[in-house]
Design a protein around this ligand. Structure first.
Ligand SMILES: *[C@@H]1O[C@H](CO)[C@@H](O)[C@H](O)[C@H]1NC(C)=O
Ligand SMILES: *[C@@H]1O[C@H](CO)[C@@H](O)[C@H](O)[C@H]1NC(C)=O
Ligand SMILES: *[C@@H]1O[C@H](CO)[C@@H](O)[C@H](O)[C@H]1NC(C)=O
Length: 416
């Protein structure tokens, strides 16, 4: 269905394109380093190799190759983690002073940008053994591997590099689930984190009424069959199909409606605070996705639980010793945790957060964003996300660094 729509939109667009060549700002194709430098900030790129051989890029907003711990006294390094289908470009589109990394950097913080496996990154090799175009083995991962290999590798690198003990985590969408999967599977990381802030994320997605997810969930089995038939481990390269369409649509005034529509579908609603120029940048930097990432997410939505990857009964028995995948233990997250929620984000429901928080021992904040039209993607594109999200996030990270003790939030919850 979405592929069909994409194709139609694409052909309509090609027709149009022949007649008037839309203007695409060359800045859209900047690398992350070029973009950050263009905003007037320093950046260093590091190559991280995970335990299972994936080559990741880790970006540091800093011009110190050997950081001086004195300079950052009392301030934890901050690691910003993008969601599924996102990239570190997400965090910088709002530009100098207003984008999240700069907001923290300008206040004396040491900021790092995560880039999960499957992202373009800054290095030509993506794995010590596999080529992502040639080897299907590259694509055999879900959220689980990002959580247990990629995040820990980056956290460890930051702590060694900066000679500090703990890092603050801020994540958008699926990143929040990655945090909980990491604490569940590698609880020793509780000692390496000051606070885990999850935006637009809930470990349990029982009440989600995301139109795209509902469509996907009915199609997911068909999709699986098709992928198996074609022998694909990479998700039918949907992001690669969408990329040129969104890119072109967002560049041109007449076709801006398509651009707005596509982000409305992704973001679950139209937003009044997005600018197509920003969306174009994000579209040009969509990562590639593994099929398992999508299947894992859909299984969790369909089952209304947060559990490990479902390989099917036979392989589950071999891998987990049981027919069904075991649940992640969200209670293993002992660090202070916080949730941010937009009222127009139909993926994430407040009741789902409440249900999860009942089992999370140390939730210190559930922040409902005080603007009724805030959607799932406005954390990234929303032109005033700075005031509505980054500022309260910063205050929380700073307060925790300053030793402010927050009491865990327990039921009964007060409905807003
Ligand atoms: C590092 O960057 C800051 C701000 O961009 C600048 O003031 C400072 O001079 C730079 N230091 C070095 C060693 O380049
Ligand atoms: C979730 O999966 C379990 C098997 O692990 C099953 O018993 C249960 O009925 C499923 N729940 C839903 C809502 O599908
Ligand atoms: C954010 O932008 C919207 C739309 O322009 C506006 O109505 C709202 O008041 C703004 N909120 C803040 C906190 O700036």
């Amino acid at each position: 269905m979405s592929l069909f729509l994409t194709t139609v939109i694409f052909f309509v667009y090609i027709q149009h394109y022949i007649h008037c060549k839309p203007y695409i700002d060359p800045q859209v194709d900047w690398t992350l380093e070029e973009r950050i430098a263009g905003h007037g900030y320093p950046v260093q790129t590091y190559k991280i190799i995970t335990e299972d051989g994936y080559v990741l890029s880790l970006y540091h907003i800093s011009n110190d190759t050997t950081p001086n711990p004195e300079h950052y006294k009392g301030k934890s390094p901050v690691l910003l983690v993008h969601g599924m289908g996102g990239s570190p470009h997400n965090f910088v589109v709002l530009g100098a002073r207003r984008a999240l990394p700069y907001y923290f950097y300008d206040r004396g913080y040491d900021v790092w940008l995560f880039s999960a496996r499957g992202s373009e990154g800054s290095f030509p090799e993506r794995h010590v053994k596999y080529d992502w175009d040639q080897d299907k083995a590259y694509w055999k991962y879900s959220l689980h591997e990002i959580a247990i290999y990629d995040l820990p590798a980056c956290i460890d690198f930051i702590l060694i590099h900066t000679s500090r003990e703990k890092v603050a985590l801020i994540g958008h969408s699926a990143a929040g689930n990655e945090f909980f999967a990491m604490f569940s599977e590698r609880p020793e990381y509780n000692a390496k984190v000051t606070v885990a802030v999850s935006w637009a994320s809930a470990p349990i997605l029982k009440r989600s009424d995301y139109p795209l997810a509902l469509l996907f969930s009915t199609l997911v089995d068909v999709w699986k069959g098709l992928n198996n038939l074609l022998g694909l481990e990479e998700f039918v390269p949907i992001t690669q199909t969408f990329k040129p369409v969104i890119r072109l649509a967002c560049a041109d005034s007449e076709f801006r409606k398509i651009c707005i529509l596509v982000t409305a579908v992704i973001g679950s609603h139209t937003s009044v605070i997005q600018h197509p120029e920003d969306i174009q940048v994000i579209a040009s930097n969509l990562p590639r996705l593994s099929s398992r990432q999508i299947y894992h997410f859909m299984d969790n939505v369909n089952n209304g639980s947060f559990r490990k990857y479902d390989y099917g009964p036979k392989k589950n028995l071999k891998t987990y010793g049981q027919l069904y995948p075991p649940h992640y233990n969200i209670a293993a997250a002992k660090v202070p945790t916080a949730f941010f929620l937009g009222r127009r984000d139909s993926i994430i429901q407040l009741e789902d957060i409440y249900e999860a928080v009942t089992n999370i021992p140390n939730t210190v904040k559930i922040h409902v964003i005080p603007f009724e039209k805030f959607t799932h993607v406005d954390y990234i594109f929303g032109r005033n996300a700075t005031e509505m999200v980054y500022e309260p996030t910063y205050q929380l990270v700073r307060d925790i660094d300053n030793g402010v003790v927050f009491l865990p939030i327990r039921p009964p919850f007060v409905h807003k």
